[in-house]
Design a protein around this ligand. Sequence first.
Ligand code: ADP
Length: 875
Amino acid sequence: MAEYTPMIQQYLSIKAKYEDAFLFFRLGDFYELFFDDALKASQELEITLTSRDGGKGNRIPMCGVPHHSSQNYIVQLIEKGFKVAVCEQVEDPKVAKGVVKRDVVQVITPGTVMEGALLDEKANNFIASVTPFEDGYGVATSDLSTGQNAVKFLQEDWKAVCLELQSISAKEIIVPSNIAEDELKLLKDVYQFTVSFEDDNEVPEHLHSITSKLQSEELQHTANQLIAYLVRTQKRSLDHLQKFQYVETTAYMKIDPNSKRNLELVETLRQKQKKGSLLWLLDKTVTAMGGRMLKQWIEHPLLDRKAIEERLSIVETFMKQFFNREQIREQLTEVYDLERLAGKVAYGNVNARDLIQLKRSLQKIPSLKDALLDMDYPSLVERSENMDPCMELAELLECAIHEEAPLSIKEGNIIKNGYHDGLDEYRDASVNGKAWIASLEQSEREKTGIKSLKIRYNRVFGYYIEVTKSNLHLIDEERYERKQTLANAERFITPELKEKEDIILEAEEKSIELEYDLFINIREEVKTFIPQLQVLAKQISEIDVLQSFAVVSEDGQYCKPRIVEDGTIHIEAGRHPVVEQMMDRQDYVSNNVHMDHEREVLLITGPNMAGKSTYMRQVALSSVLLQVGCFVPAESATLPIFDQIFTRIGAADDLAGGQSTFMVEMMETQYALTHATDRSLLLLDEIGRGTSTYDGMSLAQSIIEYIHENIGAKTLFSTHYHELTVLEDHLERLQNIHVKAIEENGKVVFLHRVENGKADRSYGIHVAELAQLPAELIKRANELLTDFESSKNAKNNADKPVKEDEGQLSFFEPYSESKRKIRKSSEQLHPALEKLKGLELLAMTPLEAMNTLYELQMSIKKERQEGSKWVKSNS
Ligand code: ADP
């Protein structure tokens, strides 16, 4: 260390405290990075790597970014999941002795960004802290940009916690440094979170109240850990942070992260886009705050009947009173993001334009209140009365801030005339001075007789009198002092002009300084309104979401659902809201759904692509819609309140996602079976298809039996195992339904119509034909099917469930001699192919599969070199 220059020593001692962040070290107009930071940042940001003398001839790597454009570079690093510690000079270089003192003023991390491109206006930016306890994990979340905080306790395993964090798109996870190694590994390597450590859980006194009301020490500990991290990294008071809300997990319908993904609630399964999700469909919100609240509501459907019914009746009122609703939408369009604005105020980075928008938003509140009152509906009247439009604040901003204020708060033109006497005086001095100059110009023209004489101002020379060369002989040389010579003019100053210039410039300088001070005072004043603004933001967001539900329900001709306690589902002419929206609405075939305590399990058969999944999902989505308080896509709907929804998809369906194996399918099913209750909704889509036929069929059957006998959850089970349809005779509360398809001119036609009873056949070969498999292949498949069906009839065992002792159905009759011709020279398979054929792929790990493939390839290559008979005869 002693070998380095004092400045590099200072750098190193600061860097030692921020090892996991890029240290942006302020040197003049640049932020410089040194050593490893420089090597890495130059690559990540594609900027030039240089070096500088670090002391005693040691050259150290260095790269830098200009201070004025540093935001762009910081954003790039944060987007990639890195952290940036911003280190500034913290004393005036003029008074510094030795190296100017520097310190980190803020650590910017993915979970703590406050503005700019990294924030999606319609989504929260969550940072979470997790602490392990004996019987579960405390999970606290905060959105620093809005000040919202929540905490819950999860009695789940670590993987479930990770999935939960993933499902809220947490940008950064705070954990204690003694976290178990395997837990850290899962968090970082498998789920790819940005992880930060915090062992402190002391919070400054002024923030005590935001966690002190939490019921348990565990919850407080987790929340404090998060606050301690935020305070340590943000290095400011964080006055906008709101009280932690305890999220009672049993207060909301539970939808585990897998089911959320499968139901495409907030993004689509494959493309991970909002478009095509339920959120996309429902989002007719007009404010950013409403957009964020909508997402939170969809992720937390309610269980409380009264609360659901209240939302539904407001939606109904909004639907009935179109004009009032439009009036509300119009007012809302001009309401700015009050939550994020409150955050910016607390952070001290709000500018005059933000405050103008705040004023305009507040000025809309009285008409919004009136429109709500006009609806004459008790709960809306109450909401209207509870809304505080913060008139004092609106008035203050109206008097103080200039409509056309610039972005910068340091260049004046922010404060209106008449707001502050001192400022008015300075302005008068400047304005009078300017008027005096205009009259001086006039009198000088008269005195000299030079009509083109001008008095102008520039930053370098101040005020000057300009005379063209041809008129120079007319000036009074004694009074005019030469300042600058141009090609065809000369510029002069006179003593009286100089004197006035001093007065004007001093007044302007002072007025800019005063404006800045006044602005800071106003900002402090706005700070005192943060709690009211946050309450108002919440009230406005709720109105926005509910009007959005009304718009969607009206456009889609949804109906107000009726809630029942006996578990009955009765939907007439129901639709899948998103599938319907994505296609021409007339083409969507609506379907009825009926389930009750005598019809608990519906076994759905029908060809692939017939609409089985769509039908099942429309039941789940209708339930979610009801429980968030929206109407449902049907002519009429009666639904219970479900405590949980589970959606499981057979592995084969999800292979394209690249992550599903039969094991995952089974683990997910296990989770559903152990957590579901008789008040849950279970969708099992082709479960069991990820393994061999008999395995799969046996598992599917026993899963159905288990649910029927032990859980009693309302269950929709789709399957292509027609054999399972005989379960209807054995299980009292199970019924077969099928999605109808017919054959027309030898081609399958999907009717998408759901009817009672089992499907007559599977039409798999027709679907293969639609997918344009070779005609010869289709022909052969039809022959095999005919053979198979006749042998099955002969055995007379068609309509029995699978039992272990009779799993001998022969699906594939051997090829006849004539067919063998088609296969040309394949009487005997190549040994490599034989081996490939015999592999139990689902029992292998990907690595074992790779190794085996490698061995097979090597054996073929070897043969090629040796000129084996296989290579010669079967190229
Ligand atoms: P399955 O699960 O039987 O293989 P899906 O439910 O995935 O079939 O449906 C396949 C496609 O059929 C859907 O993507 C949709 O385009 C269409 N479809 C499904 N149900 C309907 C319906 N009720 N009306 C119109 N089209 C439908």
